[in-house]
Design a binder for this molecule. Structure first.
Ligand code: HEC
Ligand code: HEC
Ligand code: HEC
Ligand code: HEC
Ligand code: HEC
Length: 373
């Protein structure tokens, strides 16, 4: 073959390599070229750029893929897309090394329904729980005019009426679509702080509409006492900006005071929205139990914030020391659970089967608060 024949072949290869490099390129950021994330006609050289499942249908907002497509990968510390799903088993050690982010990872729910939220595009409907969130109460929080669907006719999605992120309004079926629910948020996203307004999706904590708090810049990839999310919490379960309220939107009976007892010991359900300063003279004053957890994620003394058994505060601030002032150590759903997925049943942060009263284990997170059990 002469050079004349090779030339078109070479240019063809150069073009192919160029497009491959666009796809695998690291350092993806919202400030990058539009073409890293968008395709105008979903056609390039007559071939589709994006594939919706097995068909070549385009995606909403002209993106090259859906939420799960873009948010799948392995967190290295240099990727600018936060990865919440991985195709290979992530590193996850309670109190130790990990490459998962604050919400955990959806990897494990693919093979075990109990190890994560069963989100569309990741896995099918939860075999044991079905579509309806455990503890769902459609009459919860009507005073705020924000409703979840009264009947759960769809599987959980990343965003929208049946999802956790983005806008929802049970009377507006357009918001069943995750892209409609989150529209515009990516380009306007801010690194939000504390109790600043959270009226829109883009200025809310992690696009969780209406929720306040402070966002850790690396999504808790490498947390310690000073580097972590600042969870906004309240001692009123009805405060619609708290991270507990978010969970309560769908799991109301595990959250609202009507179902949890008189808001004091002995409890009916495990308390949340409860300030541990109120029981500081009991075992809770010893949080996070340095006898067991010293050396883990920077913990060395009583009152140090332990990022793997987090507590919230009424400022939504990043505190390295807690139990210093009223309202700075509030029990969260997230004190025990991850939001996306974990290697353990009930999406717990640690392996609950290691929790034995007779034999305190540094693998049992309950003991960070129940320091004398
Ligand atoms: C790193 C990925 C990324 C890059 C780069 C990017 N976008 Fe986007 N864009 C998105 C995502 C994701 C959405 C859909 C979700 C949303 O609306 O938040 C979106 C939505 C949009 C929308 C509809 C919503 C809105 O904000 O108005 C427009 C218009 C848009 N992009 C234009 C652009 C243009 C023009 C460029 C280049 C200058 C660009 N984008 C670059 C990720 C990106
Ligand atoms: C938009 C509704 C919605 C929100 C918000 C929500 N969940 Fe869920 N959750 C569900 C649904 C639906 C199920 C049952 C199906 C499944 O497992 O995905 C579920 C299941 C669970 C389970 C049981 C998992 C299993 O399979 O055994 C836990 C634990 C859980 N959620 C915790 C939380 C926590 C903690 C929050 C707040 C960070 C939260 N959820 C927010 C809808 C929601
Ligand atoms: C084209 C790729 C792309 C698609 C599609 C996409 N995202 Fe993102 N997403 C990104 C990038 C890039 C960032 C980081 C943005 C930043 O740093 O400001 C991000 C950030 C986020 C964050 C973190 C926001 C914060 O406040 O820190 C959330 C939550 C999120 N995306 C949810 C979604 C949901 C839900 C969908 C589907 C409706 C979606 N994304 C679709 C690329 C994408
Ligand atoms: C973030 C701190 C924290 C974590 C983690 C935690 N708890 Fe608690 N727990 C509390 C507080 C605070 C109370 C309320 C104590 C009171 O009112 O005297 C409580 C109450 C209880 C009660 C009821 C006690 C009563 O007097 O009615 C039980 C049982 C319990 N916890 C078990 C557990 C188990 C099991 C785990 C692990 C799965 C766990 N807790 C994890 C803080 C925590
Ligand atoms: C003290 C730790 C702890 C706290 C705080 C906590 N949970 Fe749980 N959660 C558990 C454990 C342990 C289980 C396993 C079932 C059980 O023991 O009742 C569980 C189970 C669940 C389930 C699954 C129920 C089912 O039927 O399979 C859901 C949903 C759930 N929790 C949501 C929440 C929500 C929402 C909050 C906050 C309002 C919350 N949890 C606070 C420890 C906790």
């Amino acid at each position: 073959m002469g050079f004349r024949c090779l030339k078109p072949l070479l240019s063809f290869l150069v073009i192919i390599i160029f497009f491959i490099s666009l796809v695998v390129k690291k350092g993806f950021t919202i400030s990058g070229p539009c073409s890293q994330c968008h395709t105008m006609h979903n056609s390039q050289n007559g071939q589709p750029v994006a594939e919706n499942g097995t068909s070549a249908q385009p995606f909403k907002a002209l993106t090259i893929g859906d939420c799960v497509f873009c948010h799948t990968g392995t967190n290295t510390g240099t990727n600018n897309i936060p990865y919440v799903m991985s195709n290979t088993e992530p590193v996850y050690n309670f109190g130790g090394a990990r490459n998962t982010l604050a919400g955990g990872n959806f990897y494990w729910v693919q093979s075990d329904d109990s190890k994560g939220h069963n989100v569309v595009g990741i896995t099918g409907e939860d075999g044991a729980l079905g579509l309806v969130p455990p503890g769902y109460d459609p009459t919860n929080y009507p005073e705020f005019g924000k409703y979840r669907p009264s009947t759960w006719t769809q599987q959980l999605t990343c965003a929208g009426n049946f999802g956790c992120h983005g806008k929802f309004d049970a009377n507006n079926p357009e918001l069943n679509d995750p892209f409609a629910a989150i529209s515009g948020a990516h380009h306007k996203n801010i690194n939000r702080n504390g109790t600043e307004p959270a009226d829109e999706v883009w200025d809310s904590y992690r696009f969780l509409w209406g929720i306040k708090g402070t966002e850790d810049p690396d999504y808790e990839l490498h947390p310690d006492t000073q580097h972590h999310n600042g969870y906004y919490a309240s001692t009123s379960p009805g405060d619609p900006a708290s991270i507990n309220y978010l969970c309560g939107e769908c799991h109301g009976k595990f959250h609202s005071d009507t179902y949890n007892g008189t808001y004091a010991s002995p409890w009916l359900r495990h308390p949340t929205d409860f300030d541990m300063n109120q029981v500081k003279t009991k075992e809770y004053g010893g949080y996070p139990n340095p006898t067991l957890f010293s050396g883990k994620l920077g913990v060395s003394a009583v009152g140090d914030y332990f990022a793997d058994v987090p507590v919230g505060n009424t400022q939504g601030a990043v505190l390295s020391k807690v139990l210093q002032n009223p309202g700075d150590a509030i029990v969260l759903c997230l004190s025990c659970h991850r939001a996306h997925g974990s290697p353990y049943p009930d999406i717990l942060r640690w392996d609950y089967s290691t929790c034995k009263a007779s034999d305190p284990s540094p693998q049992c997170g309950c003991l960070a608060c129940h320091t004398q059990k």
